[in-house]
Write a protein that binds this ligand. Sequence first.
Ligand code: NAD
Length: 266
Amino acid sequence: MDKLVTDIGIAGIAGRMGCLLADMVRADQSLHLAGGTTHRRPAPDGVVVARDIAALALASDVVVDFTTAAAVADHAAALTRSGTGWVLGTTGLDAEAEAVVAGAGLTIPIVYAANFAPGVVALLAVAEMLGAALPASEYDAEIVEMHHRQKVDAPSGTAIALGRAVATGRRVALEDVRASGRDGHTGERPTGAIGFAALRGGQVVGEHTVLFAGASEHVALSHRAFDRAVFAAGALRAASWLAGRPAGLYTMRDVLGLGGAGPPLA
Ligand code: NAD
């Protein structure tokens, strides 16, 4: 029989997302807060702090992880050992770390998303569609994002996911056409490039625009998150959906029942 209450562990429970997730888990009767891990920060009041990720994994059905890319390999090893589900929202993963996540998905169920907001999940689908509809030879794709001053990775995981969506629509690999951080004498814009610009400042939760710039028209898709609660609610929805599923690397499209594979790891 399925468990009525899902035990949720929160990696990085003292962080901005971690604190919010802890409050939301405690307010949800279908979830139980099994505890959390911290790193050089005191945990919020009343939280059971696990000795390490392995101990947290053993106490949890699903671990929700918004920490740092440097922790991904350790977390993957601990969660696969205990067979615990993993909702991974950490961004800034390099190709090696993403390969570790894909490998863990052979053993445990994982939802990995650069952005858990339902509006962004829909935006990714539309970006892929426009990527396919507007030829790269005529429309220059540029992705602009802005985040709070504490953010450590750029461009944001969501910006990269949007770039991958456009690239998937164009049937190219993002790595082959990506243009980030232009500065100095850059030369003309190569046809087919997908450009990224990252703004940092204030306490902006997350703003993204995908622009298709043609000679005579522009199409712009924009998303603005006002409150981190949208990410936390999406991550907990993913955690409830994931509990008891077979091993696999799932996306928010799967969680929201939107079908289709979507761009890889978006
Ligand atoms: P934050 O710096 O406030 O929180 C991260 C916390 O993790 C910190 O308290 C840090 O001490 C802790 N930590 C680091 N390494 C750890 C480890 N090995 N074990 C336990 N704790 C560890 O940052 P944040 O704003 O909460 O964001 C965290 C991550 O989530 C970032 O990568 C951010 O880009 C990402 N994020 C993703 C989404 C999404 O929807 N996918 C939304 C918001 C933020």
